[in-house]
Each structure stands twice: as structure tokens, then as C-alpha cells.
Design a protein around this ligand. Structure first.
Ligand SMILES: [Zn+2]
Length: 444
């Protein structure tokens, strides 16, 4: 969007020259900055360079007016809808070079310089796709129609923008999951496939990549496709296999109950990759559960248990030596909610739930009863999807949402099963999603 905007602005050389002069405070003979006449001349200049935008979605403005009492600017769109924008917000978000550093796409304008009660001296429709605001101190701000439309303060418009930025939509599933499978090679080579992979990972919570080279270290290539991986005390990647004197319960051949990884970190990893390098001959099947779906079931069937699990803080601990020595402590509710009361993250790993429990004694028994209900729901056969990884499979899943486990397997003195794992943060994964979406939208 910004590149389009820049190009568009650059095309308006006459007008930009004028604005630059105004911003620099140059009172040239041709441009007497504070003369009211100029405002009219300026309107004329803008109209003279009117052009349609070069590409992209195009909102068109019918009419604009300042509502001085409410301190809003009202835009009447050509499609019949209207939008309101507070004066203070418009002044704060002036896009001119003095107020906004285009190269960093960041605000230069300081709150110290913001008059929160600012009025507006004049507002005009420069053309159907741009408005210009003249402030009481003669500063001029211009706003593009598409830019404004995306930032409309109506509930619907805000929800639409949040949908685009964070992709909050979830498709819930149970044992009937049709696990999404994509080609590993395609995800690496095609931007469309990579975007599809990430959006599916966010919506469904799990995607299986097929056809990866069966070689330790391959996950680094996949991590680079996104950006970078999350380093933890188990390293950038870690080897899930039966180990002597295991420093983690995953590093045995025993059954692993459903869990999320690493709640002992105060900020648990958002996304997990598991690459199958060798599969056991007997046992070792993987199990996954849609934790958000199960939490919704608990909320419906037992609101009190849901309330306990979303409010009582549980201590987690992880101590040992791997990448370096570690002694982690953290506190999380098992069901973590966002500001809207929606489940944001499941923090549940029974192995690292600490015996230290910083909660009043009367909460202890009810907490266990609530946790037991959640775990029973998780283990309902209708909620568990079971699959068997083969060498060359990489399962990628949302570690904030999906609980995962594995069935026990037969182990001997040789390595009979080997998965390599790694983590990424959702910040990095969603950043790649937005960048891919933007570059695929851009004109070729
Ligand atoms: Zn400005």
C-alpha cells in the first residue's frame, strides 16, 4: 500500500513542491503561506493534477465536512456509507514528511506537539481519492481515501482490519480432522504456497508438510523460509529420541500425554515444527487435540471449571542442562484469555507443572477437579486426532492452541524413532504472512 502511495504522491510534483515549501516555512513570492487566498489557489492546484490511482482497491469520496462541535471529520463515500475521524487522530497521523518518516513507515510527530483539542481550519476534497486538512497553525495534512477507509472507526471496519492483520478466525475440529497436507518443496519455492501454509496453520492450527529431505538440520531451511527460529534452552533445533538420562520426558520411549510445549517459559513458543527422520516399527503414533475447541466445550458444560482454569495462576518449572544450564520458573493460567474473554493460549504441560503452587489453600482441590475435567474432555475419542508420521513428514502446528502427545513405542539399543523439532514465535510467522500477502497483492 505504501509503495503505491509514495508513487502516487511523487506523481503530484507540483503539489508536493508546494507542500514542501509550506512545510519548510518558505514564504516565496508565489506561495504566500498564510494568505487565505492561497488556500483557494491550492485547491485549484490539486484539482489540476488530479489523476486516478494506479492500482489497488479504490474507495471514492463524495463529500467531506468538518463537524467542529464533535471535532470529527465526516466522509461521505461514493458507495453511500460514511466514516468519522477525530481531529486529534488525523493530526496525530499526518503523513507529511515532517510528521511521518516514510522510509521507516513510522511517526515522527511527537505527542508533546499534539494539541488534543485541536480544531480544523478547513477541509477539502482534493479529488475523489484524497482529502486535505488545513490546521489552525497552517500545517497541511493529506489523506488518501483507501488509507482512510481501512482506518474507519466503525465496529465493522475495525473488525475487518483486525481480521486482515491477525487472521483470528479459527476452524475447530475433532477426531474427524482432515489434516491439511502440503508439499514441502512447494512451500519453499512458491510464495502462494507459503502464504497458504501459514494462513492454514493459523486457521486450522496444524499443517503437515510432505516430501522433506530426511536429514537432520532441514528444519533450519524451513525456519529461514519464515525468518528465524526461536532459540530455547534445548537449542535452535532439538532431537526427540530415546536418550539415556533424559533431561526431558519427551526424550524417552514412553507415552506422552497431551500437552503444550514449554509453559515454563513466560512467553511460550507459538509455532512448533516436528520433522520425522525415523519412525518406530511399533507404536509412536502422534495425537493432537484442538485445545480451543475443547476449552469452548468446557466453558459450555462446566463454566465454573473454565473460570478456575482461566483465573488460577499455576507455577511451571524446568531445570537442567542442554544448550546451557537452566532453572526456569513461570506462572500461567492453564487457559489464558485475551481482553475479549476469548482463549488466547493453552499453557498445559503436566511434566513441568511445579509442585510449588502459589495459590491459597482453599483453591487447590477445586483447581485439581477443574483440571481433571479439562483433561477428560481432551481425551474424549471424538476430540483426538491420531496419525502416524513417516520419514520426510514435517508437522507444523500452533503450540498455543494444539495439544499434542504420542503413544509409547518399542525401543532397543539403536535409535528406533527420531524426530527433530524447533520453535518459532507467532510474531515472526505472522510477519511473514503479512509480507507475503503484501508482495502477492502488489502489481507485477
Ligand atoms: Zn504533517
Amino acid at each position: 500500500m505504501w509503495s503505491i502511495l509514495t508513487k502516487h504522491i511523487l506523481k503530484h510534483k507540483v503539489h508536493c513542491g508546494f507542500v514542501t515549501a509550506l512545510l519548510n516555512g518558505q514564504k516565496s513570492r508565489n506561495l504566500p503561506v498564510r494568505c487565505p487566498l492561497l488556500w483557494r489557489r491550492w485547491q485549484h492546484t490539486i484539482k489540476a493534477v488530479q489523476e486516478p490511482p494506479m492500482c489497488g482497491p479504490s474507495a471514492e469520496i463524495q463529500h467531506v465536512e468538518a463537524m467542529d462541535t464533535e471535532r470529527f471529520i465526516r466522509i461521505f463515500w461514493k458507495d453511500g456509507s460514511q466514516s468519522l475521524y477525530p481531529f486529534v487522530w488525523l493530526r496525530d497521523n499526518c503523513q507529511c514528511p515532517r510528521c511521518f518518516l516514510q522510509s521507516a513507515k513510522a511517526r515522527k510527530f511527537a505527542i508533546e506537539d499534539l494539541n488534543v483539542n485541536t480544531g480544523v481550519k478547513n477541509v477539502i476534497l482534493s479529488n475523489t481519492r484524497q482529502i486535505s486538512v488545513l490546521w489552525p497553525d497552517e500545517h497541511i495534512s493529506e489523506f488518501e481515501a483507501d488509507w482512510l477507509k481501512k482506518r474507519c472507526f466503525s465496529k465493522e471496519s475495525r473488525a475487518e482490519m483486525q481480521e486482515e492483520l491477525f487472521l483470528p478466525e479459527c476452524q475447530y475440529w475433532g477426531s474427524d480432522l482432515q489434516i491439511p497436507v502440503m508439499s514441502y518443496e512447494k512451500v519453499l519455492s512458491s510464495d502462494e504456497s507459503a502464504l497458504k501454509w501459514i494462513t492454514t496453520l493459523k486457521k486450522v492450527g496444524i499443517v503437515l508438510l510432505d516430501g522433506a529431505p530426511v536429514a537432520q538440520g532441514e528444519l533450519i531451511t524451513l525456519g529461514k523460509r519464515i525468518g528465524f527460529m526461536r532459540l530455547t534452552f534445548y537449542g535452535y533445533t532439538w532431537q526427540v529420541q530415546d536418550k539415556k538420562d533424559a533431561n526431558n520426558v519427551a526424550y524417552t520411549s514412553e507415552k506422552l500425554s497431551l500437552h503444550t510445549d514449554y509453559p515454563a517459559l513466560q512467553y511460550p513458543p507459538g509455532v512448533q515444527f516436528l520433522h520425522c527422520l525415523k519412525q518406530a516399527e511399533v507404536g509412536g503414533e502422534s495425537e493432537v487435540v484442538d485445545g480451543f475447541h475443547v476449552c469452548n466445550q468446557l466453558k459450555e458444560h462446566d463454566p465454573e471449571a473454565f473460570h478456575i482454569l482461566s483465573s488460577v495462576l499455576v507455577d511451571f518449572t524446568d531445570t537442567g542442562v542442554d544448550y546451557c544450564d537452566f532453572a526456569l520458573q513461570s506462572k500461567h493460567s492453564i487457559i489464558e484469555l485475551d481482553d475479549n474473554g476469548q482463549v488466547l493460549r493453552i499453557n498445559f504441560n503436566n511434566a513441568t507443572r511445579d509442585s510449588v503452587f502459589d495459590t491459597p489453600i482453599k483453591q487447590v482441590q477445586p483447581f485439581y477437579a477443574a483440571l481433571k475435567k479439562l483433561v477428560s474432555l481432551m481425551n474424549e475419542p471424538t476430540n483426538v486426532f491420531c496419525y502416524r508420521m513417516k520419514p520426510g513428514h514435517i508437522v507444523t502446528f500452533d503450540n498455543w492452541r494444539i495439544l499434542h502427545g504420542r503413544r509409547s513405542y518399542q525401543s532397543d539399543e539403536h535409535v528406533s524413532r527420531h524426530l527433530e523439532g524447533s520453535y518459532l514465535d507467532w510474531d515472526v510467522v505472522l510477519s511473514r504472512m503479512r509480507s507475503l500477502a503484501q508482495s502477492l497483492r502488489a502489481p507485477k
